[in-house]
Design a protein around this ligand. Structure first.
Ligand SMILES: [Zn+2]
Length: 271
């Protein structure tokens, strides 16, 4: 076996140090080999493209509700996403879905409002999607794919230090799960659970009632049981009992976070 040269080792060490980040809230260390700015730039372009391709809702109540919830959440996640130029758009699409992208671009399909019945419930769904972004799940997935594709060509890793040349719009849209039209993001279960947990803490910190998280997840599951076509946001998510159990486990912590919240709104009234 060929002994790696000093410079190759140095490159690897530099990459590992530079390519590591800490997931907000959970503190998990994860790998990132892609250029944040490049991902953000491409994501913004993809979001603009979606705004051109899909009908944008004119329902004032829904638009206002999304803005209201989105603004409150964006304040809470400020330090986890300081570069965000927030934009919250309701798409007139009957599908039950929502997504968030790097750069602070959030889309909600009108179908979701059938399920998310109040601000607290909508907050959980949006916070879950934002958590995927602040946790850099897209970056992590891309980094893994790139690391695998560069195995054996250690020399090319040197070129990745200043940004990955292999990062393309098509690779990014695949990771976002947008290649087959609008569908849910295909993250693995561990990442979905992480987004559930981080999202729950975000919504609690924004003063929303964490108990509503369980109600909206239950409603989503019920809908998916009645509907032969799985709502996209559920298709890759952990199964119902697993999600609910994790949310219940995290409830005392979420309630404490809400208690500390400066923008607490008081108990949720029965709607
Ligand atoms: Zn998810």
């Amino acid at each position: 076996m060929k002994v790696p040269t000093r410079s190759v080792l140095l490159t690897l060490v530099t990459l590992l140090l530079a390519g590591c980040y800490e997931v907000p809230v959970t503190g998990r260390r994860a790998m990132n080999l892609v250029d944040d700015k490049e991902v953000t730039k491409m994501s913004i372009g993809m979001f603009d493209d979606m705004k051109r391709r899909y009908k944008i809702s004119r329902d004032r109540d829904r638009i206002e509700q999304l803005q209201r919830v989105g603004n409150r959440l964006s304040k809470v996640v400020f330090w986890d996403m300081p570069d965000a130029d927030w934009e919250f758009v309701v798409f007139d699409v009957p599908q039950i879905n929502a997504f968030a992208m790097a750069g602070g671009k959030v889309g909600v399909f009108s179908g979701l409002f059938k399920i998310a019945r109040n601000d607290d419930q909508l907050a959980l769904v949006i916070a879950h999607e934002i958590a995927h972004v602040t946790a850099k799940h897209v970056h992590e997935k891309l980094s893994r794919e790139l690391a695998v594709s560069t195995v054996g060509t250690v020399g090319s890793l040197g070129g990745m230090a200043g940004g990955v040349s292999g990062l393309t719009v098509s690779a990014l849209s695949q990771v976002y799960g947008l290649t087959t039209g609008i569908s849910g993001f295909a993250f693995d279960r561990a990442k979905e659970k992480e987004a559930d947990y981080v999202g729950l803490m975000y919504m609690a910190r924004a003063g929303y009632d964490p108990q509503e998280a369980i109600r909206v997840i239950e409603a989503l599951e019920l809908e998916s049981a009645n509907d032969p076509v799985q709502p996209a946001i559920l298709s890759t998510h952990p199964s119902h009992p697993e999600r609910i159990l994790q949310l219940m486990d995290s409830m005392p912590k979420a309630m404490a976070e809400r208690e500390k919240s400066a923008i607490r709104t008081g108990p949720t009234l029965i709607k």
